[in-house]
Ligand binder design. Structure first.
Ligand code: NAD
Ligand code: WQD
Length: 347
């Protein structure tokens, strides 16, 4: 019997960038949350900020510093609570690093997911929302918007772990009765909580465009390196579909609530459906911070393609989800976070 009878949502990776914003939104929508994270790419401070923003007592948000690879430690958490559902964010996510150390990615992402699914079966928890990614789609040379039924295929070990994790969950839903699973394929998350107290805090020099641009804007880095200006796009730079992290957080709450409708296994894209180029993102961030952000043009980054945007129709029609925060909001919120937290959570 669990120590706690109250029904909780287990959030793995809940102190990370997207997880922490989602935890705040879940609490604000009345859900009880338990966070599990091994802090390999985060720290506990976001949890303290969530407590403040949600009006909770300090250190009252249940948190367990557990590695999903350790099934006994994770089982102890399952024993303690009565979980109704799981939102599974915990994963390593750097594409380049995954090419250098593929086994670390397979071990962490796949083992963690296998252990989680084993325990969900053991404890009769049958509802899961999973953090998937646009990276699971096979590149389209014509840059057409990806639909959920577009062809799949990955080029990096990271991407393959996401595809395998989706497959593992789909197969469990097929084999067991009463399971519901929603795969959310995010496009390019950015922005920050509008309070300026929560945001993305890359542990190293950022790999992704927007945290890099933001660190140049505040003077921590010298120039943005634009990876190629000879793509087949309106200004020659890569086009991506950026989505505000709070829109993502809201989409997770909607998905979680849909699980109770017994729809089995479902997949949804989360993006705006519109694409912005690298130069357009630099311009938008320059407006948000009030000065020109310097950049230099470098050669293309290996593995990048012209355009990656989603078709958001299925999420609009089935989940009733539509992004509500535009590019200006993404950049002003990102800038507010950057200015208030120049060293991230390590103040
Ligand atoms: P993040 O690194 O900020 O958060 C992931 C969290 O998981 C971190 O706090 C990390 O410490 C934790 N973690 C990793 N391995 C763990 C393990 N074995 N046990 C326990 N905790 C572990 O990343 P994020 O940007 O918040 O991404 C969250 C999820 O969304 C990831 O699964 C990622 O693959 C997916 N995703 C991210 C993006 C993006 O661009 N940020 C895009 C698409 C999908
Ligand atoms: C965006 C654009 C770059 C950095 C990655 C993962 C994907 C998903 C989201 C997790 C591209 C250009 C970038 C820089 C640049 N993550 N760029 N200078 O590559 O679309 O997607 O993050 O699932 O799986 O692949 O995002 O932010 O790295 O790049 O010019 O310093 O910015 O070439 O056109 P990407 P990104």
């Amino acid at each position: 019997m669990p120590t706690s009878c109250t029904s909780h949502v287990l959030v793995t990776g809940g102190s990370g960038f997207i997880g922490s914003h989602t935890v705040l939104e879940l609490i604000n929508q009345g859900h009880k949350v338990v966070v599990v994270d091994n802090l390999s790419n985060s720290c506990e401070e976001p949890l303290r900020r969530i407590e403040k923003l949600a009006g909770l007592n300090e250190e009252s948000l249940p948190f367990h510093n557990v590695d999903l690879a350790n099934i006994d430690d994770l089982r102890a958490v399952f024993k303690q609570y009565n979980f109704s559902s799981v939102i599974h964010f915990a994963a390593l996510k750097a594409v380049g690093e995954s090419v250098r150390v593929p086994l670390a990615y397979y071990r962490n992402n796949i083992t963690g997911t296998l252990n989680l699914m084993d325990l969900m079966i053991e404890f009769g928890v049958k509802d899961i929302v999973f953090s998937s990614s646009a990276t699971v789609y096979k590149s389209d040379p014509d840059g057409r918007p990806f639909r959920e039924d577009s062809e799949l295929g990955c080029t990096s070990p990271y991407g393959r772990t996401k595809l395998y994790m989706e497959s593992i969950i789909r197969d469990v839903v097929g084999a067991e009765s009463g399971w519901n699973a929603i795969m959310l394929r995010y496009f390019n998350p950015t922005g920050a909580h509008e309070s300026g107290t929560m945001g993305e805090d890359p542990c190293q020099i950022p790999n992704n465009l927007m945290p890099y641009v933001s660190q140049v804007a505040i003077g921590k880095l010298d120039n943005v390196h634009v990876f190629g200006n000879d793509y087949n796009t309106r200004d020659g730079t890569g086009v991506r579909d950026y989505i505000h992290v709070m829109d993502l957080a809201e989409a997770h709450v909607i998905a979680l609530e849909r699980l109770t409708g017994n729809h089995g296994y479902e997949v949804f894209n989360l993006g705006s459906g519109a694409g912005q180029s690298v130069l357009e993102m630099i311009d938008a961030m320059s407006i948000a911070c009030g000065h020109k952000i310097p950049y230099v043009v470098d050669p293309r980054r290996s593995g990048d393609i012209d355009t990656i945007v989603c078709d958001p129709k299925k999420a609009n029609e089935v989940l009733g989800f539509k992004v509500s925060r535009d590019l200006t909001k993404m950049c002003t919120d990102l800038w507010r976070w950057q200015v208030a937290n120049p060293e991230g959570y390590n103040q």
